[in-house]
Each structure stands twice: as structure tokens, then as C-alpha cells.
Write a protein that binds this ligand. Structure first.
Ligand code: 5GP
Ligand code: MN
Length: 346
């Protein structure tokens, strides 16, 4: 048995909603990652198999390394079909908001979701969720939204209704949000749940290969270039900074998802416990922060780059040039770590 993490009244309220309605939309955050897509598909398969009319809508496309997931081809990309996405959102009875904590994280879908008369259910594990849903299931202590979806379905008494493809989706989200169970993954219950998913017939080794052995040679050359030419170490702060310009990404034929995982790499260097990756995008610099231990990357992200996220993994968007983003970083680093030291010395 696993602990009852989600409060019983929330489970009952979701059950009531599902008993009374049939049109369901699932939305998840911009630049959907493995947990965003995995949790959405996990819930999708469960509801679809149970006879609901369900559509997953994403603000923009997800990386190719998730395209093997069954059902992913039917995910509606609102960047491509905005009118249809808006119509579905406005006509939905229930909207599940997965893996994000503020409407800002779903970009153009935010105002549509807020305007919709649908009942809204948040299922998420990011700290400090805004109060924009009718039912808020928020558990920052849980490693992934996919795990929460599993817990929700089981608590509604429907473990038997989880199909093998649903289990594959849930496992994918749990695996990717923990870096293949290498961080945020010390809770013994995670491994109980994996046992339950394996009992559904999933091939976890194959899932790992589908996600992490799907890279192009160009991606590896870009990685080599970055580690050689675009990495600075700040030993006094146990910090490392890596970055890639738009031109450099083009040079290596980078496609969506190719830089996924880069931000974690400097943490493998001895004594590095704070890692930052800056990737120049079309109109902004996408920032990613990672840390080991209790360094709050989300405070760094929100203070200097208008972002947020988890303690050990967060991000932000910087509207300016790469040079400007790096200059801010150089100033922010001493300030941030000195403040942190003062707080811990107190
Ligand atoms: P990644 O570095 O993989 O893009 O993002 C890691 C985590 O940081 C995400 O799961 C999300 O919680 C958070 N995050 C990433 N980008 C942003 C952003 O622009 N704003 C906020 N608030 N959080 C972000
Ligand atoms: Mn997540």
C-alpha cells in the first residue's frame, strides 16, 4: 500500500466532476517535457478508455524523443490550430491543468482556460501554485506530476483501468522528471509504483532507450563544442555556466529537445553544485538552472530572470542578448551566494 498523499475530499470532488460530465480537455505547460506529456497521456488514456471525450492541448510542440508515446500524435498543438484549441477549451466541461502552477506557463492558452466555464482541476508538483482552479491538487514533495496522476487514478479505485500504454506514459514522466531516478527520487514509494507499472507489462529498459538513446550525431558534436568552448567554471561559488547561441545551434542542426539534459551535465563535475544553461532562442534567452543539495535555484531564477520552478531545477526567460544575460549572471552569482551564506549563518 502507498500513503494517501492526495486529500480524500479532493479525490471525491474529482470523482463527482467525472460522474457529471464528459467533455475533457487536458492542458500542460509550454515546451512540454517528459512529465508534461507523460502525465497528460497517462490521464488521457485512462479517461479515453473510460469513454470520455478527451483532448490534450499544448501551447507548442514537444520534442521528438516523446513521439513514440502512444496517443502523442493526437495531441493538439495550439500554435498550429489556435482556433480549434480555443473552441475546445471554451466548450469543455472539465479542464485538467497538468504540471504547471500559474496560467502564465501555458502562454496563449492561459486567457482561454481562465475564460472557460469548465470546471478546472490542477494536478501539479511545483511550489506555490496560484489559485486559478476549482480543485487544486498540488504536491511539491512528489517527484512528478505523472506520479500524482497515478495516485489519483488509484485512489479513485481504478488501478485496474490503467492500460499498458497508460502505464508507459506515467513511467516516462516519472523517469524524465528524476533524470532516470538519479535525483528527487529517494522516496521508497516511487519504487513501489514502478513495480505496479511493471506489472502492467511496460518495458522500462526500452522506455529508457526510446527517450535517451534517440540523439543525432550532430547533437553530440554540439554538446562537445559547448563543453569545450562555452563553459565557464566559477570555483568560488561551486558554479558552472554553459551557453549556446542561436547561430551555434543552427551550425549543429539542432532540433527541438536536442539541448534537453544539458543543464544537468556540469553537476557531474566534482565540487560543482550550481549549474546554469543559457540557450538563445528566437526572441529570448531560455535559462535553465540545476543544483545539488539545498541551493534554491528557483529563488535565483525568480530574482534575476523572472522565472521559477523547483528547488533543484528551475528556469526562466530573459528578454535581451546572451551577453546581457551573462553579465547579469556574473553580478548575480556573488550576491546570491553571499545572501545564502548570511541566511545559513544566522
Ligand atoms: P527546464 O530547465 O527543464 O526547462 O525547466 C526545469 C523546470 O523549471 C521546469 O520543470 C519548470 O518547473 C521550471 N521552469 C522552466 N522554465 C520556466 C519559466 O520560464 N518560468 C517558470 N516560472 N518556471 C520555469
Ligand atoms: Mn514535472
Amino acid at each position: 500500500m502507498i500513503t494517501k498523499v492526495i486529500a480524500q475530499d479532493k479525490i471525491s470532488r474529482v470523482e463527482d466532476l467525472l460522474n457529471d460530465n464528459e467533455k475533457v480537455v487536458i492542458v500542460t505547460h509550454v515546451s512540454p517535457d517528459g512529465d508534461a506529456v507523460g502525465s497528460s497521456l497517462g490521464l488521457f488514456h485512462y479517461l479515453n478508455d473510460s469513454g470520455y471525450e478527451v483532448t490534450i492541448i499544448v501551447p507548442n510542440n514537444f520534442p521528438d524523443f516523446l513521439a513514440w508515446l502512444k496517443g502523442s500524435k493526437d495531441i493538439l498543438n495550439a500554435e498550429k490550430y489556435p482556433e480549434y484549441a480555443e473552441k475546445l477549451i471554451s466548450e469543455a466541461d472539465i479542464i485538467f491543468c497538468l504540471d504547471f502552477n500559474t496560467p502564465k506557463r501555458i502562454n496563449q492558452l492561459g486567457p482561454w482556460v481562465e475564460a472557460s466555464k469548465a470546471k478546472k482541476v490542477l494536478i501539479d508538483h511545483h511550489p506555490h501554485p496560484l489559485d486559478f482552479c476549482d480543485i487544486t491538487i498540488s504536491h511539491p514533495e512528489i517527484s512528478s506530476t505523472s506520479e500524482l496522476v497515478f495516485r489519483l487514478i488509484c485512489r479513485m479505485g481504478d488501478f485496474d483501468e490503467i492500460s499498458k500504454v497508460g502505464a508507459e506514459s506515467i513511467y516516462t514522466g516519472m523517469m524524465t522528471d528524476t533524470g532516470g531516478f538519479t535525483y528527487n527520487s529517494n522516496s521508497p514509494e516511487i519504487y513501489y509504483i514502478i513495480g505496479q507499472l511493471l506489472a502492467k507489462g511496460i518495458d522500462k529498459d526500452q522506455i529508457y532507450a526510446n527517450v535517451y538513446h534517440d540523439y543525432s550525431a550532430d547533437r553530440f558534436r554540439m554538446l562537445g563544442f559547448m563543453l569545450c568552448e562555452r563553459m565557464r567554471i566559477f570555483p568560488e561559488y561551486n558554479a558552472a555556466l554553459i551557453w549556446l547561441s542561436k547561430e551555434e545551434q543552427t551550425r549543429f542542426n539542432a532540433k527541438k529537445g536536442d539541448t534537453e539534459g544539458f543543464s544537468n551535465l556540469p553537476l557531474s563535475i566534482k565540487d560543482i553544485s550550481f549549474s546554469t544553461f543559457m540557450r538563445e532562442d528566437n526572441d529570448m534567452i531560455k535559462m535553465s538552472f540545476r543544483s545539488a543539495g539545498d541551493i534554491p535555484t528557483n529563488s535565483f531564477a525568480s530574482k534575476y530572470y523572472n522565472g521559477g520552478g523547483h528547488l533543484n531545477a528551475s528556469g526562466g526567460e530573459f528578454f535581451g542578448t546572451l551577453d546581457e544575460a551573462i553579465k547579469i549572471y556574473e553580478k548575480a552569482l556573488p550576491e546570491f551566494f553571499n545572501n545564502l551564506k548570511q541566511q545559513t549563518d544566522k
